[in-house]
Design a protein around this ligand. Structure first.
Ligand code: FNR
Length: 367
């Protein structure tokens, strides 16, 4: 793969996360940009992920005491410096020669927790060695149980402290924009942590429906969650939940956390924005269940809105890829700093010295 050399310094005009997306077009080939940026089908869900945040209004609260102001949170036994993590993003060498290793270095510099994808292009052990920040491993179930178990065991040995099991992408959504742009995964970009045969093993057998019977036959089912729980001591967080009934069932099975997510609009088009699905899920689970959210977070104010509506923390997806493409580890660290500063400014102006002060009173209700 040929890379456009990433910048060594950050241009002064990059001042927010969307600036990275605009800049990234000059650092990624058109097909790779489309693969990352696009949603599925008509992109209704992708667009909703942003418009839903824009439709939530804030209420300022003034003259508060900020002498103990902090963005720290406690989540699943960790003290995190801020309530945002880097979401799992596969194939990061599409963006930068150092891929996930550069992202992990940035996470270390900014003391930000990372979630490493099963589809990483560096070994999960090498990525872990790049950062002292908390790290979670994102698991895609593999066709063979022994391959799934091997990933979990390696993650435990390498110091990952939670398993994030993604359940909303048993197959790829209708990536029409990527198709139009002629995207295909270059052969040298490989998910090095899984056996080559496990990736894209979608060849059809005669008489078998390739989608409903073949691909979905390999997809995890409810009993597989129980199996996973029996095979790891790490907390298990289920990623990709939009339906409150599913959320309740997951919590009742003893899972340790849930990520409300529509996969950044990359799986099923027509889903609601994650932020619109959040309140009903929080209500179904009660106040204390660890609940995270991703899809569409681009501003510090989005983070405050998500927390006000019931999230404990959020994850950042595409901005990682774009900042990585523009300026490598430096870009990702700068992107995280922008987000941290934006969150702090929003907390200050909404009168919330601590994350625990953020609640629905921060949101404007007309009338
Ligand atoms: C993803 N996402 C994802 N999720 C996951 O569980 N495992 C993965 O390997 C990937 N890979 C991946 C690649 C790319 C290029 C994108 C854009 C997304 C989904 C990701 O973790 C997250 O849910 C969304 O990206 C969140 O939405 P935003 O922040 O991109 O709007």
């Amino acid at each position: 793969m040929k890379y456009t050399p990433p910048l060594q310094t950050i241009p002064a005009e990059i001042v927010c996360l969307d600036d990275y997306q605009r800049y990234a077009k000059d650092f990624l080939s058109h097909d790779i940009y489309e693969y990352i940026a696009a949603g599925t089908a008509d992109e209704q869900t992708l667009n909703r992920n942003r418009s839903a945040f824009a439709n939530i209004e804030l209420t300022p609260r003034v003259l508060r005491d900020f002498s103990s102001g902090s963005t720290q949170i406690s989540l699943l036994g960790h003290n995190l410096a801020h309530p945002f993590l880097l979401a799992p993003l596969g194939y990061q060498q599409l963006c930068h020669a150092s891929g996930e290793l550069a992202t992990a270095m940035a996470a270390d510099a900014m003391d930000t927790a990372i979630v490493v994808s099963t589809l990483a292009t560096a070994s999960l052990e090498d990525i872990a060695a790049q950062t002292n920040a908390p790290k979670w491993f994102q698991l895609y179930f593999q066709a063979r149980r022994e391959d799934t178990l091997s990933l979990v065991t390696r993650a435990e040995a390498a110091g990952y402290t939670a398993i994030v099991l993604t359940i909303d992408a048993p197959l790829s959504g209708l990536r029409n924009r990527a198709q139009r742009a002629g995207f295909y995964l270059p052969p040298e970009i490989q998910a090095v942590n899984i056996p080559a045969s496990a990736e894209f093993s979608q060849a059809g057998a005669p008489g078998v429906n390739p989608i409903l019977q073949q691909l979905m036959a390999l997809a995890p089912q409810w009993q597989d969650l129980r199996w996973l729980k029996q095979h790891t001591k790490l907390p298990i967080i289920i990623k990709g939940v939009i339906n409150p009934n599913d959320a309740k069932r997951i919590a009742d099975m003893g899972m340790d956390g849930i990520i409300v997510s529509n996969h950044g609009g990359r799986c099923l088009d027509g889903l609601p924005a994650s932020i619109d699905a959040l309140p009903a899920i929080r209500q179904a689970l009660g106040d204390d269940f660890p609940l995270l959210l991703d899809s569409g977070i681009r501003r510090g104010s989005d983070i405050l809105k998500a927390i006000a509506l019931g999230a404990n923390a959020v994850l950042i997806g595409r901005p990682q890829a774009f900042s990585l493409a523009v300026a490598g580890a430096l870009g990702v660290a700068h992107m995280l700093r922008l987000l941290k500063e934006e969150l702090e400014i929003t907390m200050a102006l909404c009168g919330c010295p601590q994350i625990t002060d953020i609640d629905r009173n921060c949101l404007f209700t007309p009338g």
